[in-house]
Design a protein around this ligand. Sequence first.
Ligand SMILES: Cc1cc2nc3c(=O)[nH]c(=O)nc-3n(C[C@H](O)[C@H](O)[C@H](O)COP(=O)(O)OP(=O)(O)OC[C@H]3O[C@@H](n4cnc5c(N)ncnc54)[C@H](O)[C@@H]3O)c2cc1C
Ligand code: FES
Ligand code: FES
Length: 486
Amino acid sequence: MIDFYLNGQRQSGVEVPPDTSVLELLRTRLGKTGTKEGCASGDCGACTVTIGEPNADGELEYRTANACITPAHQLQGCHLVTVEGLARGDALHPAQAAMVECHASQCGFCTPGIVMSLFTLHENQRRTPAPLTQARLEQALGGNLCRCTGYRPIRDAALTMGDYPDTHPSWADDPGLAVDVGKQRQAAPAELAGQGHFSAPRDLAALRRLKAERPQARLVAGATDLWLETTQQLKALDDLIDVRRVAELNEIDATDDGWWIGAAVPLSRLEPLLEEAYPAFAHLLHRFASQQIRNRATLGGNIANASPIGDSPPVLLALEARLLLDGPDGERELPLGDFFLDYKKTALADNEFIRGIFLPRPAADQNLKVWKLSKRREDDISAVLAAFAWRLEEGVMRDVRLAFGGMAAIPRRVPRTEAALEGQAPSLEAFAAAKAALDQELSPMSDVRGSAEYRKLAAANLLERLRLMIDTTHNDTKVTLDAYAH
Ligand SMILES: Cc1cc2nc3c(=O)[nH]c(=O)nc-3n(C[C@H](O)[C@H](O)[C@H](O)COP(=O)(O)OP(=O)(O)OC[C@H]3O[C@@H](n4cnc5c(N)ncnc54)[C@H](O)[C@@H]3O)c2cc1C
Ligand code: FES
Ligand code: FES
């Protein structure tokens, strides 16, 4: 049973099976059909809703989510806002009014999702005004596809909605809403009766206990990978332990050597730290899925999912990150490089979970470059991802760590290629030797994202790009490099 608020209205004791999505709950149980289903896989954004959760100051912070892959149980103690909850009587919300005025809707299928992304942008803009740059617009709308109107009118709506009178929904006038949602959140964790379980422990001790009692239960964090098992493969997900509310898994602790990042910290919360410590990693996050996904996806989920094309593992490998694994039998630390064993196989025992990820502080002269190759710039999975870390000491490369995604059954470093560059000047000869080693060291597969030949060539070309970047005697190549740098 879950308790939450929907468009300012309290919903109490809503009974839903564990594998019900927010979209299913809305459309089939609550009669709210404004939210549409397009792909049911988090790709199109037609189902975008806004979820308000209390922050440390007790205020509700609103973020977009894909309702099709968000577990309904995770609404416990949240304020869910849908397209039905925006207008104030007959007066449209500025996001809606601007969409009408700019003729930004044709068949209308994508429109509720786009309106919710614009509403969330408007809401955040109202709280923290900032210029609506191209980058911010891309961020807000990159997870919403429109197949008939075209994006110019939608962009116009985004740029002009701030000029409309601020007609906010009537629930926004309720000063007690945040307090009420906060109280609901503190209520007893949801332990579902009916078919299977959905448990939402609040602390490490409870998570360990549940893992001991139900080692077979699937862990769920942001659900942006897991939920596809039910929407795409029609598998039952009827025994789930939700790690999102476990306090210890939500902490970011700074130490002298680096940062322990809780496994359940959503990617969007990581951005400020990465902007500061590793701008190249932060830049990659802007190309990781969409804002809707980044608001929910966690670093722990990205690692545990162990996909050969997951974006963060190669970067974390190049930075020599470590994992803290935990469970009823105790905790242990493991270099990330020892975690991935084979395709989707990891060193995690059945009753273990990832508690945290240690990100070392960069050395003063450390360099990091991360390049993601994918067919689309927004909301696409990598064909190849390269993460290169190195230092230059008296003209030679030191601490060279090169890692790739999409080039083997697991994300991995390439020790022989690294050895070819370690202690060498970034010369044509050294890089030729590195490319030869790389050719021997990796055997990628062919799939819809790229053939094995393409991947090999692309990986070697990324090494060449690295050489051109380091070799400052070739300034004339800089323009080309910047033009393609994503
Ligand atoms: C539209 C779309 C676009 C995407 N784009 C990208 C992309 O560009 N790059 C990319 O890398 N990925 C992408 N993904 C995949 C996904 O978003 C990421 O892998 C994400 O980081 C998974 O995190 P999560 O919290 O949602 O994990 P979940 O889906 O909740 O869990 C994933 C797996 O990890 C396990 N798990 C979760 N937390 C823990 C834990 N603490 N300990 C042990 N096991 C745990 C779960 O049991 C499950 O097996 C995309 C997904 C979608 C739907
Ligand atoms: S229906 Fe396409 S993202 Fe949810
Ligand atoms: S209006 Fe038809 S898909 Fe966007």
